[in-house]
Ligand binder design. Structure first.
Ligand code: E4P
Length: 217
């Protein structure tokens, strides 16, 4: 399963990239706003920190302008993945860009029918937002299971990128269903490393080791 960091904070990406466990980065206009950085500049810096896809989102709502924006974003680096919203114009743009060989992440997916359309448009990734789905009284993980079933029925290559992840259980459930990737805030990814019994175990081993009066080095 691929792990993407859902952030535009350079320090967070550097810290996560150093673990060797991060396969790419996703950003969106809200995350760019939160970073306080220039969109193009920060995207360039992020692309240099990972070999994996870095999702950068178009702002326009019409196909022609989306294409113009995508062409600007594609010049930033080889690993830029153009993020388009799940609308008719977004999917039209997705089709045109993937036909040209660009990576495309179709974002703001909230139904299996929408995900089916994204696959038909040749999307590299589809991003179903599980957290926002749950927040509104729907079952986010059922959406992931439905998309997995549909994609497997037709051997679609579009990767399911579980987005709007709020906690570790979302990641575990997505992995059990067989989602291809998740994108999560750095704090959620870092939370996966921690377990109280691991910490207690280390404490106990170190206390006993001290009593042996030995050293490895
Ligand atoms: C995905 O690519 C989005 O950037 C992100 O996962 C949205 O998450 P949110 O619902 O926490 O804003």
């Amino acid at each position: 399963m691929k792990f993407f960091a859902d952030t535009a904070e350079i320090a967070d990406i550097q810290r996560l990239a150093a673990t060797g466990l991060i396969d790419g980065v996703t950003t969106n206009p809200s995350l760019i706003n939160k970073s306080g950085r220039d969109f193009i500049e920060v995207t360039k810096e992020i692309c240099a920190l990972t070999d994996g896809p870095v999702s950068a989102e178009v702002i326009a709502l019409d196909h022609a302008t989306m294409m113009k924006e995508a062409n600007v974003l594609r010049k930033i680096a080889e690993n830029v993945c153009i993020k388009v919203p799940l609308t008719i114009d977004g999917l039209k743009t997705c089709k045109a860009l993937t036909d040209e060989g660009a990576m495309v992440n179709v974002t703001l997916c909230f139904s299996a029918a929408q995900a089916l359309l994204a696959a038909k448009a040749g999307a590299t990734f589809v991003s179903p937002f599980v957290g926002r789905h749950d927040d509104n009284g729907f079952d986010g993980m059922q959406l992931i299971a439905d998309i997995r079933l549909i994609y497997d029925n037709y051997d679609y290559n579009t990767q399911i990128l579980v987005a709007s992840v709020r906690h570790a259980i979302h990641i575990l459930e997505a992995a059990k269903i067989g989602a291809d990737a998740i994108t999560a805030p750095p704090a959620v990814i870092e939370g996966l490393f921690r377990h109280i019994l691991t910490e207690k175990g280390i404490e106990g081993f170190l206390a006993d080791w001290a009593k042996t009066d030995q050293s490895i080095l």
